[in-house]
Design a protein around this ligand. Structure first.
Ligand code: 5RP
Length: 236
C-alpha cells in the first residue's frame, strides 16, 4: 500500500494527467504551439505525441532543452522563431496561480526565461496546473525564481535583497550552481506573501544583472485547473 505521500503524489499525478489531456485537446492542425516545461507540461507533450501518431500535424516551439528532447523523441516537428515568430497557442505549467488575476510565479523547473519569451509570443497562453497551485496572493507557497547573469551574481543578489527579499542561489544535485539553458544562474528570491506583485516585478526588472523573473503578470489567457472534481477552466 502506498504511503501517505505516495497517495498524495498519485492523486497529483492523476490531476496533472487530466489537465494535460484537456490542454492537448486545444491543439489543432496547422497550429504553431509553445511547449512548456515541467511535469504537467511533460504529460501534455506526451499526449500531443499520441495525437501526432494519430495524424495531427502542428509545429512546436519548446521552452527548454528538456521539452525539446521529449518532443523530438515523440516525432513532433520543432521550429524556431526565425521562421515562426508568432505562436498560436502556448501551454505551460505554473508554480503559483493567483485566483483573482491569474498572474503566475513560474520557474521552479528553471526554464522561466524561455517560457516567458514563448508566452509573450503567444496569441493564447493556457496554463495547466493541479489545484494545489491556486493561491489568493502570489508568494504564498514559493519564492520567486530570478534568472541572473553569472558575472556579478553576488551584487545582483544584494540588490534583490535591498528590495525586501531573501535570496538563495539555486544548486544542482552535486551542489554546483544550477545553470539554465541560457547559461545563467537562478536566485530563488523570497518576498513572502505579496500584496502588489506587479510592483515587485517592475522593481526586479530595474536591477542590473537580472535577466528575467518568474513573475508572469497579465500574460495568462486562461488556466485549466485539475481538482478532485475534474478540470475547471478559469478565464481572465
Ligand atoms: C518550469 C516551470 C514549470 O512550469 C513549473 O515549475 C510547474 O512545474 P510542474 O508542472 O512540474 O509542477 O515554470 O520552469
Amino acid at each position: 500500500m502506498a504511503s501517505g505521500n505516495g497517495v498524495m503524489t498519485d492523486q497529483a499525478d492523476r490531476q496533472k494527467q487530466a489537465v494535460a489531456v484537456a490542454a492537448a485537446a486545444l491543439v489543432e492542425n496547422g497550429m504553431v504551439v509553445g511547449l512548456g516545461t515541467g511535469s504537467t507540461a511533460a504529460y501534455m507533450i506526451e499526449v500531443l505525441g499520441q495525437r501526432w501518431a494519430e495524424g495531427l500535424r502542428f509545429v512546436g516551439i519548446p521552452t527548454s532543452e528538456r521539452s525539446a528532447e521529449q518532443a523530438r523523441a515523440l516525432g513532433i516537428e520543432l521550429v524556431t522563431f526565425a521562421t515562426h515568430p508568432v505562436i498560436d497557442l502556448a501551454i505551460d505549467g505554473a508554480d503559483e496561480v493567483e485566483r483573482g488575476t491569474l498572474d503566475l510565479i513560474k520557474g521552479l523547473g528553471g526554464a522561466l526565461f524561455r517560457e516567458k519569451i514563448v508566452a509573450a509570443a503567444a496569441k493564447r497562453f493556457v496554463v495547466v496546473a493541479d489545484a494545489s497551485k491556486l493561491v489568493d496572493h502570489l508568494g504564498t507557497r514559493t519564492a520567486v525564481p530570478v534568472e541572473v547573469t553569472p558575472f556579478g551574481w553576488e551584487r545582483t543578489a544584494y540588490q534583490i535583497e535591498a528590495l525586501g527579499a531573501t535570496t538563495v542561489p539555486r544548486r544542482d544535485r552535486t551542489g554546483s550552481f544550477f545553470v539554465t539553458d541560457g547559461g545563467n544562474y537562478i536566485l530563488d528570491s523570497n518576498f513572502g506573501v505579496m500584496d502588489d506583485p506587479p510592483r515587485v516585478a517592475r522593481e526586479l526588472r530595474e536591477v542590473v544583472g537580472v535577466v528575467e523573473s518568474g513573475f508572469f503578470i497579465g500574460r495568462t489567457s486562461e488556466v485549466l485547473i485539475a481538482g478532485a472534481d475534474g478540470v475547471t477552466r478559469m478565464v481572465r
